[in-house]
Unconditional design. Structure first.
Length: 181
């Protein structure tokens, strides 16, 4: 019995060490991304910075920190030049990318951020399907003249949750976008 307990304790200890290592790795990654952001990429070209961000977000998706992550919104020509490398980087983390040319606009973000631009969705599993279903639901509500009030707010809340934002942050973003409406 004592041997079984020691074995269970050892397994828990090993798993705990792995989780601690993974969390330390993520902390370093996020810290590095924050430093690059603070520097305003003065020493990096924009392509390298964007690909580094895709790497960081891909790792967050890999470890379940985010269910869905988004690249910077870019003109088609810039996305064309970057998408192959972005695919390789995401793949290193077991993540997929999908090129979105008609981004889901909700009360989370201003439509001006993505108008005429493309975004890469970074995800694993069925997340793209969930995103597309949410987009279809918004279109259905708009077509029925029902995209207002709670229905509109629910689409924004669901999208924020898909992005793994805490509810308080989602509420704040919605308030910012709708305060002038």
């Amino acid at each position: 019995m004592a041997d079984l307990q020691n074995l269970e304790y050892s397994a828990i200890l090993v798993e705990s060490k792995k989780m601690e290592r993974d969390m330390n790795h993520l902390r370093l990654l996020v810290t590095g991304l924050g430093i690059l952001t603070a520097l305003g990429c003065q020493s990096l070209d924009q392509r390298s910075y964007r690909l580094g961000s895709i790497g960081a977000f891909s790792e967050m998706v890999e470890y379940g920190v985010k269910r869905l992550a988004l690249s910077a919104a870019l003109p088609t020509a810039e996305m064309d030049a970057m998408v192959g490398e972005a695919q390789r980087i995401a793949g290193e983390h077991g993540a997929e990318i999908w090129r979105e040319t008609d981004f889901l606009v909700t009360d989370l973000f201003s439509s001006e951020l993505t108008d005429g631009l493309e975004v890469l969705l970074i995800f694993r599993g069925d997340t793209k399907d969930v995103y597309l279903a949410l987009k279809a639901e918004k279109a259905r509500l708009e077509e029925a003249g029902e995209y207002h009030g709670d229905a509109r707010r629910n689409i924004a809340m669901d999208f924020g949750r898909l992005l793994s934002y805490p509810d308080a942050a989602i509420e704040g973003l919605i308030r910012e976008q709708t305060s002038g409406s």
